[in-house]
Structures are given as C-alpha cells and as structure tokens.
Ligand binder design. Structure first.
Ligand code: FAD
Length: 460
C-alpha cells in the first residue's frame, strides 16, 4: 500500500518519503504520547503546500486513510494512522512577523516555542500553549488556551486567516471575509475540513518580561488553597491567569529538599500587563499561609512559556481525561483532593485551569469552539513508563474523572480528548453546533478523507 503511494509521489514531491524499513521510520512515527504505537504505510514529510496537494491527491486516488501531523501532541495520537498515509507538516516551520501590523504568519509545523521566539523579538505574542513543543496547528484548530487567554482570548480567537488544502485538492483561504463559514468551523472544529498550510495571528504587546511563577503548598493545604484561588479569581483582572497543579514535587532547586518527592499543590500564575499591577493582583494569593516556595518574579515571556516543559517531554505513556466544570464547590474540591491522595504515579497530576476573562466575552456562536462560559477546565493526567502499569493509572484517571462529571458544564475539550468515542465529540460541541459542523463537512469533505481526528462525519 505504501509502495504504491510512494511510487505515485516519486515525481513532483519535494519533501521526504519515509517508509517502513527506512532508518528514520521509527523516529518519524513517534509522537508525544509514548503509549501510541502505530505503523503508517508511508510518511510524507512535506516541504510546502504543493507537496500537501500531491499527498492529498494520492491518498484520495488510492483510498488511503490520511493522518495529519502538526506538532504530534495529540493525546489520542491522532497525528498517526495504522497503515495509510501520514501527511507530516513538521518540516514546514517558517514564521514571518509583521511588527507594524502586529500580525504573525506561520507554517503548520511551527511549535509554540518557535512562534514565541520570533514574535518576542518585537515584544509581541499571541495566546499559545504553555508547553513549548506543542504544535500551533492542532492547538489552534481545537481552540487553544494558554497563559494569555484570559487577557486576549483563545489561539483561535486571534486567528485572522488560514490557508487550507481541501479533500478535493483545492487551496482555499478562510478568514472573516473569505469563506466565513469555513473560518467559523476551523476555529474549534479541528482538522475536519482540510489541511491547514498557513496561519496568520493577531499579536499583542507582551513582555519581553512578564511577572510569573509558582506558589507551592503541601498537599494537605490543597482544599484551602483551591477555595482561596476560586474566590480570588472571581474578582481578579483578566490579565491574571492561574492554573493549579496537584502532583509530586520534582527535585527542583527552587523547592526545599525535604519537599522533593512529596505531594504538593502548585499555583502557577502569570500576569499579562504591567508588572506593578500584576504584583497587586497576585498579592492575596502570595500571602496565603503555608507557602513552601514562591518563585514569582519577572522573567522573559519565552522562559515562562517553557517553564512547565520539564516533566512533560515526549516518550512517557499518558492517559488523560478532561472536563469543563460549571462549578467548583466545596464538595467538588473534597472529591478532587480526596482522589489526589490516591494518585498512582509520581509523574501524574491534576490540572485545574481557571478560564473566563476574554475567552468568555466572545459570542457563544461566533466560533465552533464551545463551552466559553465554563469557568474551569479539569484535566486528570496519568503519566508513567511501564506498559504493565497501564490498568492502575488509567483506572485512577477514570475514577476521578467520573466522580468530577457531577460538576461538569456538560462539556468535553477537543484539545484534551483521547479516543473517547462519538458521544464525547458531540459533547465537545453540543447538538446545534455539531449539526452546523456536519453541514460544513458535507461541503468540504463529503467523503470523510480527513477522519483521523476528533471526527465529525458527513451526513451521508
Ligand atoms: C503536554 C501537553 C499540554 C497541553 N496543554 C494544552 C493547553 O494548555 N491548552 C490547550 O488548549 N491544549 C493543550 N494541549 C492539547 C494540545 O493543544 C492538542 O493536543 C493539540 O491538538 C496539539 O496540536 P499538535 O499540532 O501538536 O498535534 P498533532 O498531534 O500533530 O495534531 C492534533 C490534531 O490536529 C490535526 N492537525 C494537526 N495539524 C493540522 C493541520 N495543519 N491541518 C489540519 N489538521 C491538523 C491532526 O490531524 C490531529 O487530529 C496539551 C497537550 C499536551 C500533550
């Protein structure tokens, strides 16, 4: 199957073709989640839009399943397919910054680390992922929230234009002015409608230094800390972003050695705006009793954007389940902290992201991205190395996630979905948006060529 596709691509394809047996094959089929082990028939590492067009044409003509690889961070491993053709965009990494118009143009293989580096040359940024190796493509197409989102919205809210290769082999532009319904759909609807070959983002003045850092507390303080953060965020300025991380303290020099290896709750914070205002916004949290370490200080934005990379690199096995929460009442906090005490791996953690701000001010129907009103996103992230331990860790994630469903806003997050089935994809959008996305799929991909994703099948 791969040999036929490779033969068809032999003429005209300028990138790299990687097939089973190639010395590069195993590296090229590795994705962030080490639990994913799929064997594509061919990996077509594209060098530009013309290569993508050719790969789509060959896949369509030969009836091959197609997976699209951006940064390879999908928890479900959707950058890969078993058999079939991987359209690998990881070599398409150009970034162009128009500082005067405050716009960045980026190719789909760019990671957030790469985009931040270029935009920060001009003290500009757009909301991106807090882990620097995340691809801009999958992240943006699924919505995408990060440290700047309460101030400036989601990545998809700052998308001005994208170029896509469609299933029938056309190159189309999606923006507010051109193909507006497609533009609506790609802002949250994932890779269902075509392969994005470029993204243009609105930029904002950020940094180059931002006030940011972590407060660490012992695990037994978790209920009080969560209640305090919940209360504080109700009246906090949009510039303040907070994520609570409940896990095991690493052997980090910023922490007292006696804390290393113990369970802690860490309050990670960043202020998008003037540092003196940030100091005021963070002060009540920094004054909480029981702080073991306070690492808040001015740092380059690019450094903060990599601060959580440690312990979240590629290769480990991961099983995550996430849910938007409508409420974080005291019973929800008790459930969360009770299951935190039973965490099964020192690499696992519970992540609680405080949303709101600019995310919630975009109209509910303006983009395919849903659940804008949800104030919290909970991610229960199991991470370990040995395959034999799979049942223990997946069970812990499943138990806590199931218990926390009682506080759900009714919603799944496209970016955090594993392979959880069509019901969960429906929950990510709700019935009305799902119908609208299906109608869009009927127009742009009626044969469901692009189905290795959080798939919205066409109606027929
Ligand atoms: C450690 C970690 C932390 C994360 N933190 C956050 C977070 O804070 N906020 C958040 O919103 N998300 C977060 N995510 C989720 C992340 O945003 C998604 O996994 C996202 O899809 C990754 O994009 P990618 O390009 O790296 O992934 P890939 O695995 O390459 O692709 C993901 C999906 O997008 C499709 N796709 C990729 N590129 C294209 C393209 N050019 N055209 C069409 N379809 C394409 C793929 O086919 C696949 O279905 C995190 C993930 C990880 C692993």
């Amino acid at each position: 199957m791969g040999a036929r596709a490779a033969a068809a691509l032999q003429h005209g394809f300028r990138g790299q073709l990687i097939a089973p047996g190639d010395p590069e094959y195993d590296r090229a089929r590795a994705v962030w989640n080490g639990a994913i082990d799929r064997h594509p028939a061919l990996i077509a590492r594209c060098s530009g839009t013309a290569d993508v067009l050719l790969a789509v044409e060959v896949a369509r003509e030969q009836g091959l399943p197609v997976a699209v690889r951006g940064g390879g961070h999908s928890i479900a491993g959707l950058a890969l397919c078993e058999g079939g053709l991987v359209v690998d965009l990881s070599s398409m990494r150009d970034v162009r910054v128009d500082a005067e118009r405050r716009i960045a143009h980026a190719q789909p293989g760019v990671t957030w680390g790469g985009l931040d580096q270029e935009t920060q040359r001009c003290a500009l940024a757009t909301p991106g992922a807090p882990i620097s190796s995340t691809g801009i493509a999958g992240f943006t197409l699924g919505g995408g929230f990060g440290w700047l989102s309460r101030a400036y919205g989601l990545a998809c809210d700052n998308l001005l234009e994208a170029e896509l290769v469609t299933a029938d082999g056309r190159v189309v532009t999606a923006s507010a002015a051109r193909n507006p319904e497609l533009f609506w759909g790609i802002r949250g609807g994932g890779g269902n409608f075509g392969i994005a070959t470029s993204f243009s983002y609105r930029l904002h003045p950020v940094g180059p230094q931002v006030l940011c850092g972590m407060l660490h507390f012992a695990a037994d303080r978790a209920p009080q800390v969560l209640r305090a953060v919940r209360g504080h965020l109700r009246g906090a300025p949009d510039g303040l972003s907070v994520t609570c991380l409940l896990g095991t303290a690493p052997a980090d020099p910023s922490l007292p050695t006696e804390v290393h290896g113990t369970r802690v709750i860490s309050v990670a914070m960043c202020y998008a705006g003037r540092p003196e205002r940030g100091r005021g916004a963070m002060a009540p949290l920094r004054a909480l009793p029981g702080v073991l370490a306070d690492t808040v200080q001015l740092r380059p934005y690019t450094v903060w954007q990599q601060a959580l990379d440690r312990g979240r690199g590629p290769g480990a096995r991961n099983y995550w389940k996430a849910e938007y929460l409508a409420t974080l009442n005291d019973t929800a906090i008790a459930t969360l902290t009770g299951d935190f005490a039973r965490i099964t791996s020192p690499l696992s953690r519970i992540q609680l992201v405080f949303l709101g701000g600019a995310i919630a001010r975009v109209g509910a129907d303006d983009t395919a991205y849903t659940h804008r009103a949800a104030p919290y996103l909970l991610a229960v992230e199991s991470r370990w190395h040995q395959p034999a331990e799979d049942p223990v860790h997946t069970a812990w994630t499943g138990r806590l996630w199931t218990a926390m469903r009682a506080y759900s806003s009714g919603g799944a997050s496209v970016n955090f979905l594993g392979q959880e089935g069509p019901g969960r994809i429906l929950e990510a959008y709700g019935p009305a948006k799902y119908r609208r996305l299906t109608a869009l799929k009927d127009v742009y991909d009626p044969g469901n060529l692009f189905r290795v994703n959080q798939n919205i099948p066409p109606s027929s």
